[in-house]
Every structure is written in structure tokens, then in C-alpha cells.
Write a protein that binds this ligand. Structure first.
Ligand code: APR
Length: 304
């Protein structure tokens, strides 16, 4: 099997490292910067004797090298620079996404496409428009990362193993995300019976702000360890056809009362991509929050 990761920056390169350590597919890392993917790929392949993986890692600037990929992960993009507003960032990242999508359709028309570049839900929508592929073939990594952050804060708060936590975060991948304490459990025990409302609200706030909290520390650059972990989990579920259910950004067609938008909802991952959308029963308040989140994403989509 073969996975191509577009973008050899922090998220892309760490994703490649995690993927080869899973030892399930050959990996190609492609970037527009000459030498960057080649150098990182060489470095990663030289770690193989110690880490024990047997897959090939290739760094490239040539899209011909992504031919016949099973999955193409798009992390290419630029980060917001001082003086640049959100719409400039959006325009540039959409152009990059379209370029990556055109090349993917040329060289790997059968691939499943996972978007990662931000603003995630809008980029995912643009990738679907650009490729015209059916929605399950193009989706964004979002909710699994947000749920992972929610889970890690819950584990710290109640001092339990993070392994026992099953957290659920829906909605847009940004300030409007919708963490769902009512659909979050610790070894099957509802979170709401283990933590009081104030503590849950505090953790929800921290989850929504988790990406910004990291940027605040790093000053330049944003998170990449947890994002790459989420990408690797989703990639593994697809390659191994495990049918894991995780939240991801997919195009909705009436589900949750929403249409013509990409938003984070639970999906079933298998060899065909996001094979099924799971509709949770939401309270009136949760549904309202999801629709508010959808409005925020829709505004971005109309701007393109
Ligand atoms: N084609 C290929 N690669 C490109 C292109 C392009 N047209 N344009 C930019 N890139 C590459 C850059 O050269 C850079 O190496 O994308 C890479 C982005 O890496 P970083 O700047 O390190 O960003 P990173 O932290 O990896 O984040 C990537 O993921 O989580 C999101 O918000 C994040 O949108 C961002 C993306």
C-alpha cells in the first residue's frame, strides 16, 4: 500500500514518521521546497534499523512520485503571517489545495484524499469542489484531534487513564467546535456523572482553545504531534479497513439538517474512505450549537 503526504513541514513530516513506524505502507512525502522532503525522508529512512520498519520512504518535488497512492494526505499550506488577514490566508491555501487536488487526480485518481490544511472545513469543501469526487473519498481530519484534546484534559482532571475515555467533538474545526459531554464516556460511565458542570465547562473551553494555547507557547508554528497522531490513526483505519467510528469533516447532504457544507460529524472509516455518516441524537441545545458552528463555516464557504 502507498500513502502520499503533501507538505513536508511539521505536520507532514511528523505524519510520515508516525506512518512508517506503523509499518503498513510505503510513504511519499512531497513539498514545493526543493531538498526539504528529500532530506527529511532520508533521515526517516535511516531511523528504520533502530525502529524496525520495513517500508520505503521517498521525498520528492515531483507529483509523478505520488502515482497510484491509496491515500493522499494534504498538509501543504502557509501559516498566517503578521499583517495577513484570514481571507488572504484562505485564498492562498485554497489555491495550494486546488493545485494539490489537480495533481492528485492526474497521478492518483483512485486515491482517498484526507485534508489537514486549515481552515479545515472550508479547505475540505474546496477539495471536494476541485476533484468532484464523491464525498466519502474526500474528507478532513478534524474531530478526532479535537476529541483527543478533550480526552486528554478529562484524563488529567479526573486522574484516570486516557485510554478509557471516549470523547466526542462535532462541528467546525475552530472556535465554533461542539464538544459533546453527553456523548463522552469514561469506561462506559457518562462523563456527566463523573464531573460537575463547572469542571466540564472549563474543560470544554480549554478544548476549544487548545490549538491557540499551543501557538501561544510556540510563538511561531502550530501543533503537530497530536494532529499527526490523528492523521495516522485515520490512515490506519482506512488501510486496514477497520471501520473505526471517529468524527471527521465531511460534506453533509441533509444529515443533521445541513446541506452543502463540510462539518465534523462521526463517520465510519474503511477502505472506501468515510463510508458512512453516523447521525447522533442531539439535544435541542447541542443541535443549536452545531447549526451555529455550521453558520460560521458557511460564511467562510460563501466567501470563496
Ligand atoms: N505544494 C506543496 N507543498 C507546499 C505548497 C505547495 N503548493 N505550498 C506550501 N507547501 C509546503 C511548505 O513548503 C511547508 O513545508 O507546506 C508545508 C507546510 O508546513 P508548515 O509550514 O510546517 O505547516 P504545518 O505546521 O505542517 O501545518 C500544515 O496543517 O494543521 C494544519 O494549520 C495547519 O494549515 C496548516 C497545515
Amino acid at each position: 500500500m502507498k500513502v502520499s503526504v503533501i507538505g513536508a513541514g511539521n505536520v507532514g513530516a511528523t505524519t510520515v514518521q508516525r506512518l512508517v513506524e506503523l509499518d503498513i505502507a510505503d510513504v511519499v512525502m512531497l513539498d514545493i521546497v526543493e531538498g526539504l522532503p528529500q532530506g527529511k525522508a532520508l533521515d526517516i529512512s535511516q531511523a528504520a534499523p533502530m525502529m524496525g520498519y520495513n517500508v520505503d520512504v521517498t521525498g520528492s518535488n515531483d507529483y509523478a512520485d505520488i502515482s497510484d497512492s491509496d491515500i493522499v494526505v494534504i498538509t501543504a499550506g502557509i501559516a498566517r503571517k503578521p499583517g495577513m488577514d484570514r481571507s488572504d490566508l484562505l485564498k492562498t491555501n485554497i489555491k495550494i489545495t486546488q493545485d494539490v487536488c489537480d495533481n492528485t487526480m492526474n497521478y492518483s485518481p483512485e486515491a482517498i484524499i484526507m485534508t489537514v490544511t486549515n481552515p479545515l472545513d472550508i479547505i475540505t469543501y474546496a477539495a471536494i469542489q476541485s476533484t468532484q469526487l464523491e464525498r466519502g473519498r474526500v474528507f478532513g481530519m478534524s474531530g478526532l484531534l479535537d476529541s483527543g484534546r478533550f480526552a486528554s484534559f478529562i484524563a488529567q482532571e479526573i486522574n484516570c487513564s486516557v485510554k478509557d475515555i471516549n470523547a466526542m467533538v462535532l462541528g467546525g474545526h475552530g472556535d465554533s467546535m461542539v464538544p459533546l459531554p453527553g456523548h463522552t464516556t469514561v469506561s462506559g460511565i457518562p462523563l456527566t456523572s463523573l464531573m460537575d458542570e463547572d469542571a466540564i465547562n472549563r474543560i470544554i473551553k480549554r478544548t476549544v482553545n487548545a490549538g491557540a494555547e499551543i501557538v501561544g507557547h510556540l510563538k511561531t508554528g502550530s501543533a503537530f504531534y497530536a494532529p499527526s497522531a490523528a492523521i495516522a490513526c485515520m490512515t490506519e483505519a482506512i488501510l486496514k479497513d477497520t471501520k473505526r467510528i471517529v468524527p471527521a469533516s465531511v460534506q453533509l447532504d441533509g444529515e443533521y439538517g445541513l446541506k452543502d457544507i463540510c462539518l465534523g460529524v462521526p463517520v465510519k472509516l474503511g477502505k472506501k474512505g468515510a463510508e458512512e455518516i453516523i447521525e447522533l441524537e442531539l439535544t435541542e441545545e447541542e443541535m443549536k450549537a452545531l447549526h451555529n458552528s455550521a453558520n460560521a463555516v458557511s460564511m467562510g464557504i460563501s466567501s470563496i
